[in-house]
Write a protein that binds this ligand. Structure first.
Ligand SMILES: Nc1ncnc2c1ncn2[C@@H]1O[C@H](COP(=O)(O)OP(=O)(O)O)[C@@H](O)[C@H]1O
Ligand SMILES: [Mg+2]
Length: 428
């Protein structure tokens, strides 16, 4: 077992910080959430607290933390002593009770099984020893950004039965993911979806899986009447026709879009299992299903990734991006997502920060499926609500996305894009 490097702590002689802590002056993140560390071992608590700047709440157990907490948003770092089943059960309960608490697990040994168990109960991320301080802080910051403020109660629906496809050929599910926000996932997802919709004979559906802050509808200038939240609310009764009626249509291409919920808090009511079910229904009638995701490993993302045939992993070309991709690839390997299903999209690949592409590919151990140049046409297209493949079709960015989209159409790579989407043809 890997051991923590405790060389930097002298915690055993100090007073138990839990007793002293008033829960008043905690470490505040940019997003306004506090940080707390829970572990039964004081040495471990002190070590973890020492990795953060400012004051951090501490508790010996999840029960203690729950009793003492003051109700504000908080990212809770669970130490290795909190990986028992009863702790995981408590975390699952917290997920239902406290949408403004998020948990991260620190473990001395990361196994596929532990990662699965943790993500399934709603732990946002698992970090293994030796702990990279910056990685822990980045992770906690990223999770804090997605936390709502204040307490509100949510209810989860019960589990659902696996879908029973009617024997027809199922559509291909392509998820778009990254390990860092702002790397170009939504730009990639909207362009690929539009490019596929113009080429594909069957309907193409784009689902905004960034349930809290999805911006697919804006990027396509759509004003959807229904969202993922409406579809999930009826998930047990949902069929292809109902779902079809709920989706917004991108007039120019026929792309069908299921937009993100309008309220970020709706995301808390949607489970990974429900998202997986939604995808299963969509793929019974769509040729391609593209799912745009947030840059985080959570239950919803895990389930979408598991339901995906292919994954586009989008990364910017700077050192933090590449470092995070490397960590992300290791996590994906633990989740048993085969490397051959992961297609790296290097975005802004000609940016001023000159990194050697070949060197990056060597470092990551994957060959990039697409190199998307950095171009002002992208922010212009985002602001216009018209993807680059439509608004600047001659640009290098559009060509890169068109080429990538072609690779997802079996034996049809040379098909000319049509301006009228395949969807209408399919549904008559
Ligand atoms: N190739 C590019 N060239 C120039 N700007 C880009 C490019 N890709 C993305 N951007 C800019 O970065 C912003 C973030 O992209 P987005 O797709 O929303 O990221 P993510 O979904 O990963 O958070 C976009 O609004 C866009 O203006
Ligand atoms: Mg996005």
């Amino acid at each position: 077992m890997t051991q923590y490097d405790f060389s930097s702590f002298d915690g055993l002689d100090t007073v138990d910080s839990f007793e002293e802590n008033t829960f008043e002056s905690e470490h505040r993140l940019m997003a306004g959430a506090g940080v707390a560390v829970i572990d039964s071992d004081q040495a471990v608590r002190d070590y973890l607290v020492g990795l953060f700047e400012g004051s951090v709440d501490t508790a010996e157990s999840l029960e203690d933390f729950e009793t003492q907490r003051h109700g504000g948003s908080c990212v809770v770092v669970l130490g290795p002593s909190c990986a028992r089943q009863e702790d995981f059960d408590t975390v699952a309960l917290w997920g239902k009770r406290y949408p403004n608490i998020a948990t991260v697990l620190v473990t001395s040994e990361l196994t596929t099984q532990l990662l699965h168990r943790a993500l399934r109960v709603g732990i946002k991320d698992v970090i293994s020893a030796p702990i990279d301080q910056q990685q822990l802080i980045d992770t906690v910051d990223r999770i804090a950004e997605d936390l709502p403020s204040g307490d509100s109660l949510t209810s989860y629906s019960s589990g659902i039965d696996p879908v029973d496809p009617d024997g027809g050929e199922l559509g291909r599910v392509i998820s778009v993911f990254s390990t860092k926000g702002g790397s170009g996932k939504s730009v990639t997802a909207s362009n690929i979806a539009v490019a596929l919709a113009r080429r594909s004979k069957k309907p193409v559906v784009l689902i905004d899986g960034h349930l809290q802050f999805g911006d697919i509808a804006v990027m396509l200038k759509l004003h959807p009447e229904s969202t993922v939240a409406d579809a999930i609310a009826q998930i047990d009764a949902l069929d292809a026709d109902m779902l079809n009626n709920m989706m917004a249509v991108h007039e120019q291409t026929g792309l069908r879009v299921l937009a993100a919920p309008v309220e970020p808090t709706f995301a808390d009511k949607i489970s990974g299992q429900q998202m997986a079910r939604l995808i299963e229904i969509v793929r019974t009638f769509a040729g391609h299903v593209i799912v745009d995701l947030p840059a985080i490993f959570n239950d919803v993302v895990l389930n979408v990734l598991e339901a995906s045939d292919q994954m586009l992993l989008v990364a910017g070309l700077d050192i933090p991006n590449i470092k995070n991709v490397k960590i992300g690839l290791a996590t994906l390997a633990l989740l048993n997502i085969p490397n051959e299903n992961i297609h790296l999209v290097l975005n802004r690949s000609d940016s001023k920060v000159k990194l050697d592409l070949a060197e990056v590919e060597r470092t990551l151990g994957v060959v990039a499926a697409a190199h998307v140049p950095s171009d002002i046409v992208v922010p212009i297209s985002v602001n216009k609500g018209s993807p680059v493949v439509l608004s600047a079709p001659k640009s290098g960015v559009a060509r890169a996305f068109e080429q990538l989209a072609s690779s997802f159409i079996d034996g049809d790579a040379a098909a000319e894009p049509s301006s009228n989407g395949g969807f209408r043809k399919f549904f008559g």
